[in-house]
Ligand binder design. Structure first.
Ligand code: KG4
Ligand code: ZN
Length: 337
């Protein structure tokens, strides 16, 4: 069984083919980062138009990479939400149309379920149950996962997502969009302890997050200090340490609350090296295990959509010809498989 996956929810066009027997057969990615850099963030209309330009050529490329033809595809999965409505509609329209033309099921996929399942593409996939930390540009969530589609939200950000906080703070430090990875690189040159940022909402019970105050704290620290490269690196370090510590404290709480021994981290920010080593340390101390995908499967990609589509082929395939997307779509509305 082979599923074609199409990801167009934001600023990456990702196309992949997943085979139930042989795993990933093709993985193509086109990033629009350069297109949006001048604007300091994603411009939705430009994103949609670029997906129109790139999706079909990348599908052809993926078929070529896998040495397959259209007749070898048994299902077409596409990201149906959450995300930018215009960008989603491009992938959904192309995905639904190809499925109709090829006479195979079309499978609408939840973008965050794609992220959540991405670590299953690796050699040592996590078993259920586990706590999932989803950290992307739009979401920061802790979820109890007892099976595919069995998701209970434990906590989430009440304002900025972790990735958003990284990007906004990076911008204050003069870094290009998306600044998260660049800030992290800068932090490597920083001296720990010169500045100390707060760990928001860790002094009270609960599993929710708030990251918008950190960006304000960064702005004030930048204003109150010299403007040299070392100071910027020290601020980046203090910011990253605060985010990582805060996420780690809440992960520990979620593990205590659920009694689970496994932690899965997913989404763009799970590519962050400091976060990975911190959570590995946390889990080692607890006698548990942490799971994450390789960095290119942490950020947006087609492989996770092809994989989630394969998992959902039987339960979620849409039988009518409607093309609908959900820019907002709570993960816990998904049905168990
Ligand atoms: O999952 P993703 O690719 O897209 C969304 O679904 O939002 O996540 C993108 C986010 C951006 O905010 C980006 O700056 C952040 O993930 N990110 C990182 C790193 N790599 C990506 N943040 C911190 N450190 C990184 N290494
Ligand atoms: Zn994403």
């Amino acid at each position: 069984m082979r599923v074609l996956g199409i990801e167009t929810s934001c600023d990456e066009t990702g196309i992949a083919i997943y085979d139930t027997e042989n795993g990933l057969l093709a993985n193509q990615l086109y990033s629009q980062v350069k297109l949006h850099a001048d604007y300091g963030g994603v411009v939705p209309e430009l994103a949609s138009r670029d997906h129109v330009r790139k999706t079909l050529p990348l599908i052809k490329e993926a078929l070529k990479e896998a040495n397959l033809s259209a007749a070898d595809i048994d299902g077409v999965a596409y990201t149906a939400g959450p995300g930018l409505v215009g960008a989603l509609l491009v992938g959904a329209t192309i995905g639904r149309s190809l499925a109709f033309a090829w006479n195979v099921p079309a499978i609408p996929v939840h973008h965050m379920e794609g992220h959540l399942l991405a670590p299953m593409l690796e050699d040592n996939p996590p078993e259920f149950p586990f706590v999932a930390l989803l950290v992307s540009g739009g979401h920061t969530q802790l979820i109890s996962v007892t099976g595919i589609g069995e998701y209970t939200l434990l906590g989430e950000s009440i304002d900025d997502a972790a990735g958003e906080a990284f990007d906004k703070t990076a911008k204050l430090l003069g870094l290009d969009y998306p600044g998260g990875p660049l800030l992290s690189k800068m932090a490597q040159q920083g001296v720990a302890g010169r500045f100390t940022f707060p760990r928001p909402m860790t002094d009270r019970p609960g599993l929710d997050f708030s990251f918008s105050g950190l960006k304000t704290f960064a702005a004030n620290t930048i204003r109150g200090n010299e403007n040299d490269a070392q100071t910027h690196a020290d601020i980046a370090r203090a910011f990253e340490d605060a985010v990582v510590d805060t996420l780690a404290i809440k992960c520990k709480r979620a593990l205590e609350q659920t009694g689970f021994k496994r932690l899965v981290m997913a989404g763009g920010v799970s590519a962050n090296r400091t976060l990975r080593s911190k959570l590995a340390e946390v889990m080692e101390k607890r006698g548990g295990e942490v799971f994450y995908a390789r960095p290119e499967f942490c950020t947006d990609n087609g492989a996770m959509i092809a994989y989630a589509g394969m998992v959902r082929l039987k339960t979620s395939a849409n039988t009518d010809l409607s093309i609908s997307v959900r820019p907002r779509w709570p993960l816990d509305e998904l049905a168990p498989v």
